[in-house]
Design a protein around this ligand. Structure first.
Ligand SMILES: *[C@@H]1O[C@H](CO)[C@@H](O)[C@H](O)[C@H]1NC(C)=O
Ligand SMILES: *[C@@H]1O[C@H](CO)[C@@H](O)[C@H](O)[C@H]1NC(C)=O
Ligand SMILES: *[C@@H]1O[C@H](CO)[C@@H](O)[C@H](O)[C@H]1NC(C)=O
Ligand SMILES: *[C@@H]1O[C@H](CO)[C@@H](O)[C@H](O)[C@H]1NC(C)=O
Ligand SMILES: *[C@@H]1O[C@H](CO)[C@@H](O)[C@H](O)[C@H]1NC(C)=O
Ligand SMILES: *[C@@H]1O[C@H](CO)[C@@H](O)[C@H](O)[C@H]1NC(C)=O
Ligand SMILES: *[C@@H]1O[C@H](CO)[C@@H](O)[C@H](O)[C@H]1NC(C)=O
Ligand SMILES: *[C@@H]1O[C@H](CO)[C@@H](O)[C@H](O)[C@H]1NC(C)=O
Ligand SMILES: *[C@@H]1O[C@H](CO)[C@@H](O)[C@H](O)[C@H]1NC(C)=O
Ligand SMILES: *[C@@H]1O[C@H](CO)[C@@H](O)[C@H](O)[C@H]1NC(C)=O
Ligand SMILES: *[C@@H]1O[C@H](CO)[C@@H](O)[C@H](O)[C@H]1NC(C)=O
Ligand SMILES: *[C@@H]1O[C@H](CO)[C@@H](O)[C@H](O)[C@H]1NC(C)=O
Length: 530
C-alpha cells in the first residue's frame, strides 16, 4: 500500500463521519524526552474486528494533521520521521512511540474502522516532559549562625513541570509554618538550630512520570561558645610561690572556639585550652578567667572565675636574743623572731612546749614578733619557740634562754657531831646559775678546798668549830654564806647509850670492815713487792 492509498483512506474516513470513541484513549498522556510512551487503546469488546486504523498528529507548530501510522488489514505504514520509533501491538493496537523528542508533543488522533464498517475516532494530547536531572541543593547563607540565621535551601533541578519534596533522614520534612516553611523549591528554616541541618537532608524533584533525588546534604550551623568550663590543678586557694599551676578550659562551640585567658580582667599572652604556669610569683595572684571566642558567631563567653593567692613560704626563721648575759632581776631580755623570706600572718610563741603566757613582765609587742621580758627571773629560763605561720607553711626557731642568778638558799648539809674515828663530809648547797665557786672557812680561816664538798678523813678535837661556805657567782657577782658547826668527840662517846647487842654488832661490823681493809692492804703490798 502506498502513501496515496493512505491519503485516500483518510479522506474516506473523514467523509464517512465519525462515531466518537472517547473511551478509546485517555484525554491526555505524558512522556519524557528520550523515553518511550505508549498510547493505551481501549477498544470496546463489542467490536467485531479492526479493518483499518490510523494515527495522525498535529501541534501548534504543525496545525495540519499529518499521518503517523496506518494499518490496513495486516499491512502497516509508518510515516517517515517515525520509522524505527513506532511499535503497534497487534492485538491491542496500543501504539508505542519513542524515544521522544520535544517535537513529539501535540494532539494525536486515532481512527479505527471496524470490520462491520463502524468508524471510531479519539484524540489525546501528548505532553512531552523534560527529564528530571541534576538535582541538587543550594543554600544560603554560607555560614549560618544558630538562632540568628534564616537558612534557605533551594532544590535546583533540570526538568519541566517539577514539584519538590524534602526528606530529612528517612522521613519527609514537616513544615510547621513557623520554624520550617516550604515554598515551591525552597525549604526555609527560620532561627535555625544546630541540629536542624545535620540530616542527611535531600530533595526530590519530580514530574508526573519520574523523580530524581539530590545528593545528601548537611550543613554545619555555627553556635556557641557555651558551657565554658575551667578547671584548675591544684585546686588550693593559696599556692606556694614557685609552685606550678595548670588551668584547663573547655567550651561547646562550632566551629571550635579560640580560648583566651584573663588575669584580673587583663588578657594574657597565652592562648589555648591549657594554661600552664610554673614558678608562680606573687604577681600572678588574682582572678583567672577563661574566655572562649567563636569567630563565626562572633560571640564571647567567659567561664567562672578561679581565684588564687600565691604566697611565699616562710623560711629562715630566726630568734634574735640578747647579746649580753642575763641576770635575774636586773636584765631585760628581748627575743625577736624574724624570717629571712616570706611574710607571716601570725606569730605564736611557746615556752618549754606550752604556749607562752604574757604577764606584766612578759610582754608581746604589737605584731607579736618580739617578746620583751622585763627584769628577767630565773623562772624565765627555758626553751622559747617562735612559730611563724602563713597560709602555706609554718616555720619554727628555738632559743634557749639562760638566766644567771644566785647563789640562793646556800646551806651546808652534814652531821653536827662525830667521833674521831668517823669521816666527816660537809656539802655546800646553793641554787645558782652558773654554778658558784666555793670558799670554805673554819673559824674564819680560809681552807684550801674550793669544791662544794668538804671532807675530813680523821677528825680530831681541833676540827670542832664553825665551818663557813661562801658561794660566789662570778656572773651575778653575788656571794652568799652558810655556816655549820661541828663537834668532834672521843671514840665511843657518841655511842654510850647503845645496848650491848648493838655494840657487839657494831664491833663485828667494824672488825669485818677492818679485815677487808687489811686484806686489801696486804693484797696491795704483795702487788707492789711483786
Ligand atoms: C490530564 O490532564 C488532567 C487535567 O488537565 C490532569 O489532571 C491529569 O493528570 C492529566 N493526565 C496525564 C496522564 O497527564
Ligand atoms: C523504545 O522503543 C524503541 C523502538 O520503538 C525500542 O527499540 C526501545 O528499546 C524502546 N525503549 C524502551 C526503554 O522501552
Ligand atoms: C500486546 O498487548 C498485550 C496485552 O497488553 C500483551 O500481552 C502483548 O505482549 C503485547 N504484544 C507486543 C508485541 O507488545
Ligand atoms: C531533621 O531531623 C532531626 C532529627 O531527626 C531534627 O532535629 C531536625 O530539626 C530536622 N530538621 C529539619 C529541617 O526538619
Ligand atoms: C555531612 O556530610 C559530609 C559529607 O558531605 C559527611 O562527611 C559528614 O559526616 C556529614 N555530617 C553529618 C553530621 O552527617
Ligand atoms: C614545676 O615545673 C617545673 C618545670 O616546669 C618542674 O621542674 C618542677 O618540679 C615543678 N614543680 C612542682 C612542684 O611540681
Ligand atoms: C577577684 O574577685 C573578687 C570577687 O569577685 C574581688 O573581690 C577581688 O577584688 C578580685 N581581685 C582582683 C585582684 O581583681
Ligand atoms: C576562624 O578561626 C579559624 C581558626 O581558628 C580560621 O581558620 C578561620 O579563618 C577564622 N575565620 C574567620 C572568619 O576569622
Ligand atoms: C545575633 O543576634 C544578636 C542579637 O539578636 C546580635 O547581637 C548578634 O550580633 C548577632 N550575631 C551575628 C553573628 O549576626
Ligand atoms: C644591775 O645592773 C646595774 C647596771 O647594769 C648594776 O649597776 C648593778 O650592780 C646590777 N645589779 C646586780 C644585782 O647585778
Ligand atoms: C627591748 O625592746 C624594747 C622595745 O621593743 C626596747 O625599748 C628595749 O630597749 C629593748 N631592750 C633591749 C635590752 O634590747
Ligand atoms: C674554834 O672556835 C670554837 C668556838 O668558837 C672554839 O671552841 C674552838 O676551840 C676553836 N678552834 C680552834 C682550832 O681555834
Amino acid at each position: 500500500m502506498d502513501f496515496y492509498n493512505f491519503r485516500l483512506l483518510l479522506l474516506i474516513l473523514t467523509a464517512i463521519g465519525c462515531r466518537s470513541g472517547d473511551s478509546l484513549l485517555p484525554p491526555n498522556i505524558s512522556g519524557v524526552i528520550g523515553r518511550n510512551v505508549t498510547f493505551p487503546t481501549a477498544l470496546p469488546a463489542s467490536i467485531s474486528g479492526v479493518a483499518s486504523l490510523s494515527w495522525t498528529f498535529k501541534s501548534p507548530t504543525q496545525p495540519q494533521p499529518s499521518p503517523v501510522y496506518t494499518r490496513l488489514n495486516d499491512n502497516e505504514k509508518v510515516a517517515s520521521g517515525y520509522v524505527g520509533r513506532i511499535l503497534c501491538n497487534k492485538t491491542t493496537f496500543a501504539l508505542q512511540l519513542g524515544p521522544l523528542t520535544s517535537m513529539d508533543g501535540g494532539t494525536y488522533s486515532l481512527s479505527v474502522i471496524t470490520l462491520d464498517m463502524v468508524t471510531l475516532t479519539a484524540e489525546t494530547i501528548l505532553e512531552v516532559l523534560e527529564a528530571v536531572a541534576d538535582v541538587k541543593v543550594i543554600y544560603s547563607p554560607r555560614e549560618p549562625v544558630e538562632i540568628n540565621s534564616t537558612v534557605v535551601l533551594t532544590c535546583v533541578a533540570q526538568g519541566s513541570s517539577l514539584s519538590y519534596n524534602w526528606m530529612n533522614g528517612s522521613a519527609p520534612v514537616v513544615a510547621d509554618g513557623q520554624h520550617v516553611t516550604l515554598n515551591r523549591s525552597q525549604l526555609i528554616i527560620s532561627s535555625v538550630f544546630r541540629g536542624d541541618l545535620l540530616g542527611p537532608i535531600y530533595c526530590i524533584a519530580q514530574n508526573k512520570l519520574e523523580s530524581a533525588r539530590s545528593p545528601v546534604f548537611n550543613l554545619t550551623v555555627s553556635y556557641g561558645p557555651e558551657k565554658v568550663a575551667m578547671t584548675r590543678v591544684p585546686t588550693d586557694e593559696v599556692l606556694k610561690k614557685g609552685s606550678n599551676m595548670t588551668l584547663s578550659c573547655t567550651a561547646q562551640s562550632s566551629p571550635v572556639a579560640d580560648l583566651l585567658w584573663l588575669l584580673n580582667g587583663v588578657l594574657l599572652p597565652m592562648k589555648g585550652s591549657t594554661l600552664y604556669l610554673s614558678g608562680l610569683t606573687e604577681e600572678q595572684s588574682g582572678n583567672y578567667t577563661c574566655m572562649a571566642y567563636n569567630n563565626i558567631t562572633r560571640r564571647y563567653t567567659v567561664s567562672q572565675v578561679t581565684t588564687v593567692s600565691i604566697i611565699e613560704a616562710i623560711s629562715g626563721t630566726n630568734i634574735n636574743g640578747p647579746a649580753s648575759l642575763l641576770i635575774a632581776g636586773n636584765s631585760t631580755a628581748n627575743l625577736t623572731c624574724k624570717a629571712l623570706a616570706g611574710k607571716a600572718d601570725r606569730v605564736v610563741w611557746f615556752k618549754d612546749g606550752k604556749s607562752l603566757e604574757t604577764t606584766p613582765r612578759v610582754i608581746l609587742n604589737g605584731d607579736k614578733s618580739t617578746v620583751s621580758i622585763l627584769e628577767v627571773q630565773k623562772e624565765d629560763a627555758g626553751k622559747y619557740s617562735c612559730h611563724l605561720i602563713n597560709s602555706v607553711n609554718t616555720d619554727i626557731d628555738n632559743y634557749v634562754m639562760v638566766i644567771n642568778y644566785g647563789p640562793e638558799n646556800v646551806k651546808i648539809t652534814g652531821v653536827k657531831q662525830v667521833e674521831v674515828v668517823d669521816t666527816v663530809v660537809m656539802t655546800c648547797l646553793a641554787a645558782s646559775v652558773p654554778a658558784p665557786t666555793y670558799v670554805w672557812k673554819f673559824n674564819g680561816t680560809v681552807l684550801d678546798t674550793t669544791t662544794a664538798e668538804y671532807k675530813i678523813n680523821k677528825p680530831d678535837y681541833r676540827n670542832s668549830g664553825i665551818y663557813t661556805c661562801e658561794a660566789y657567782n662570778p656572773i651575778t657577782g653575788l656571794t652568799n654564806i652558810a655556816t655549820h658547826s661541828l663537834l668532834v668527840k672521843g671514840e665511843g662517846e657518841l655511842h654510850d647509850q647503845l645496848s650491848d647487842g648493838a655494840i657487839a654488832a657494831i664491833v663485828i661490823t667494824v672488825l669485818i670492815i677492818l679485815a677487808v681493809i687489811i686484806a686489801f692492804i696486804i693484797h696491795k703490798k704483795r702487788k707492789v713487792t711483786e
